[in-house]
Write a protein that binds this ligand. Structure first.
Ligand SMILES: [Zn+2]
Length: 478
């Protein structure tokens, strides 16, 4: 056991999914030609007047509520002054002392334990542009399309105690944010970005150690690996009698190590001051109440309800509530077919398998809850076998056809007609005297052979349970 304790706090930047930017009407679509979604307002040209996008504020309030924050009734925008080429006006509109939300928490589950991680604040700000550096290092290009896209910054308390816990926190946070619908949370498109503050201290010590900041990690894997590396690096330095230097680092994926970006000596003084162009915001009770109505049941509550209401295992409930869409699909099915465990098996098993293979999600598949339930009913009534059901679902998934259509077209209906089966079985008994004699001589394998013969002569469509019963019965009288 290490004698050190790890202290990690996270800052998450989230691009809100509004159609237009935070202070102008430029669109926010990702991946358009550079500099085609800009106007004097988002470029910050002299004499322009920013106007707040109300939807962005509502999304920030929704984010705050989902993270159990108090919503400030008085909130305002401030200018954060710094010079950087992706920010032509040399300041970013952000929030300094009156963020939209404060003092919240997020419950995470790590190693079977539920922990409450404090959320210090949730505030609104505008995004900056994007720099593209040439490989030879001779020039840089700048794309201002992203400038002015609304961001919510979520700052956690330094409550995380390991790299693993930080990853779990981010995964759970992303899940919650996706449930609320405030952002698409695509890390690969920069919709969700994460910085971390890391320090280590001897166990039992109250004072925090010197921290370093790890910037711009763009995947959950990078977060965990970057943090693990940084924790090890700090402990090793301390063990060798060195001190930790306060600095900003980035994670170099190819080298597998953290690299210095800048030391704190060069740190900026942002000289925050209230933005004179934007009036302070009153976030009234009415507005908060209105936004509260948009707040869905969140993943953890939903998971707990699934366990108690449908008697599902913790694991099943966890998987089914992985996305809001999957949970909705499952519940729609259960409304029509009241055997949750069976529905759960098919949704998590066969259906998910086809979805993963095809790269589709619950919003894009052709199979509806009604369709899946129709197939499950046929299976339950013995019209199709378990094996057939899998084939039927595959066909439904690929073609979008209904279960009864597939069964009819492929002649897949299971033979469950007593009379028809009896006839076939009589024939099999007559033409296989050897195995019948073996069965009579208590050779167990012979029954399997005879069942196989029946299945063969029906092209696999006989109801196997009925075949077994009838066959045993008939063999008694041979
Ligand atoms: Zn604009």
């Amino acid at each position: 056991m290490s004698k050190y304790e790890v202290v990690i706090g996270l800052e998450v930047h989230l691009e809100l999914g509004t159609k237009t930017k935070i202070f102008c009407s430029c669109p926010t679509t990702f991946g358009d030609e550079p500099n085609t979604q800009v106007c004097p307002v988002c470029l910050g040209l002299p004499g322009v007047l920013p106007v707040l996008n109300k939807r962005a504020l509502e999304f920030a309030v929704l984010t705050g509520l989902a993270l159990n924050c108090e919503i400030n009734s008085y909130s305002k925008f401030d200018r954060k002054n710094y010079f950087y080429p992706d920010l032509p006006k040399a300041y970013q509109i952000s929030q300094f002392d009156f963020p939209v939300g404060k003092n919240g928490y997020l419950k995470i589950q790590s190693n079977g334990e539920t922990r409450k991680i404090g959320i210090n604040r949730v505030h609104l700000e505008e995004d900056a542009g994007k720099l593209i550096h040439s490989n030879d290092g001779l020039f840089s290009l700048v794309d201002y399309n992203r400038t002015g896209v609304p961001l919510v910054e979520i700052v956690s308390e330094p409550d995380l105690r390991s790299a693993e816990e930080a990853r779990v926190f981010l995964e759970d946070l992303k899940k919650i944010l996706l449930y609320t619908g405030v952002s698409d949370c695509k890390m690969e498109e920069g919709s969700l970005r994460c910085d971390a503050n890391i320090s280590v201290r001897l166990k039992g010590e109250a004072e925090l150690g010197t921290k370093t900041e790890l910037k711009n990690m763009n995947s959950f894997k990078a977060v965990q690996k970057g943090l693990e590396f940084e924790v090890e690096r700090q402990i090793e330095r301390l063990e060798n009698g060195h001190r930790i230097v306060q600095e900003t680092l980035r994670w170099d994926e190819t080298k597998g190590e953290t690299v210095t970006m800048r030391s704190k000596e060069e740190a900026h003084d942002y000289r925050y001051f209230p933005d004179p162009d934007l009036v302070p915001m009153e976030i009234g009770v009415m507005m908060v109440e209105k936004v509260k109505k948009e707040l869905p049941e969140l993943p953890l509550e939903k998971k707990e309800r699934f366990v108690s209401q449908y008697c599902l295992s913790d694991y099943d409930a966890q998987v089914l509530t992985g996305t809001r869409e999957m949970a909705v699909f499952f519940e729609e099915c259960v409304k029509l077919f009241s055997e949750p465990k069976i529905v759960s098996n098919w949704v998590m098993g066969e259906l998910s398998m086809h979805m993963n293979a095809a790269g589709l999600d619950f919003c894009t598949i052709k199979v509806t809850p009604e369709d899946l339930v129709e197939m499950l009913e046929m299976l339950k009534q013995g019209k199709i076998s378990g094996k057939m059901a899998k084939d039927v679902l595959a066909e439904m998934f690929n073609s979008g056809k209904k279960a009864h259509q597939v069964v009819k077209e492929k002649g897949m209906e299971q033979i469950s007609d007593q009379g028809v089966l009896e006839e076939i079985i009589q024939e099999v008994i007559k033409t296989n005297p050897g195995p019948v004699a073996d069965y009579k001589a208590k050779k167990k394998k012979a029954l399997g052979f005879l069942v196989g013969q029946v299945m063969k002569s029906t092209g696999g469509s006989a109801n196997p349970q009925m075949v077994n019963e009838i066959l045993r019965d008939k063999l008694k009288n041979v």
